[in-house]
Design a protein around this ligand. Structure first.
Ligand SMILES: CC(C)(COP(=O)(O)OP(=O)(O)OC[C@H]1O[C@@H](n2cnc3c(N)ncnc32)[C@H](O)[C@@H]1OP(=O)(O)O)[C@@H](O)C(=O)NCCC(=O)NCCS
Length: 165
């Protein structure tokens, strides 16, 4: 399996499977082509035998210079729990460390138990909120009415050390 940067030409293949990979949830509206055009340096494809096994779309914060954000990660159902998501995240951490980041954020829906388990295993912490679901704090209506989100954060280490790697 190789990990490479995303390209605009990947958009049709990913958008065609996105909702299926999310168990039928309507996700495609949240991933317009612009991410495949303007965030190539921090967005990745995992490819096996020239087929897409997973992808990550992320970017460097323009507002907080030490922060990066992962907008989407998805792994083909046949390739799950084999370390593809971990490899995509670790490559992303390496890229953003080189750009001076020491903190990564992402959000997920409180109903997405697989995502919560994955992010917890990856060392992310759910930021404390006044509201919880099944013991996981979430921010109500974060992305609009009824669109609750768990706000995950992970510190990825010392910037000066990682710039040398
Ligand atoms: C979430 C997702 C990206 C995880 O990818 P993956 O390649 O299966 O994850 P990995 O195999 O790299 O797992 C990394 C760690 O997370 C854990 N993990 C992953 N999915 C898990 C699940 N559903 N339940 C429990 N633990 C899980 C693994 O056990 C592993 O832990 P370990 O390293 O401590 O042993 C994948 O399940 C997916 O695409 N889900 C649908 C899309 C989605 O919900 N994306 C996230 C929101 S944007």
């Amino acid at each position: 399996m190789i990990i490479r940067n995303i390209r605009p030409a990947d958009y049709p293949s990913i958008i065609a499977v996105l909702d299926d990979w999310w168990g039928g949830r309507k996700m495609s509206d949240m991933l317009p082509r612009l991410f495949f055009v303007h965030f190539q340096e921090t967005s990745l494809i995992a490819e096996q035998d020239s087929r897409i096994a997973g992808f990550l779309v992320g970017f460097l914060s323009q507002t907080f210079e030490n922060e990066a954000y992962i907008h989407f990660v998805g792994v083909h159902p046949d390739h799950r729990t084999q370390g593809v998501g971990r490899r995509l995240y670790e490559r992303f951490f390496k890229i953003v460390r080189k750009n001076g980041c020491d903190l990564v954020r992402c959000v997920t829906a409180p109903i997405n138990k697989g995502s919560i388990a994955f992010h917890t295993s990856m060392g992310f912490r759910a930021e404390p909120q006044g509201t919880q679901m099944d013991g996981i704090p979430f921010y109500p209506d974060y992305d609009g009415s009824g669109e609750h989100r768990v706000l995950f954060v992970k510190h990825i280490g010392d910037q000066s050390a990682s710039i040398q790697t």
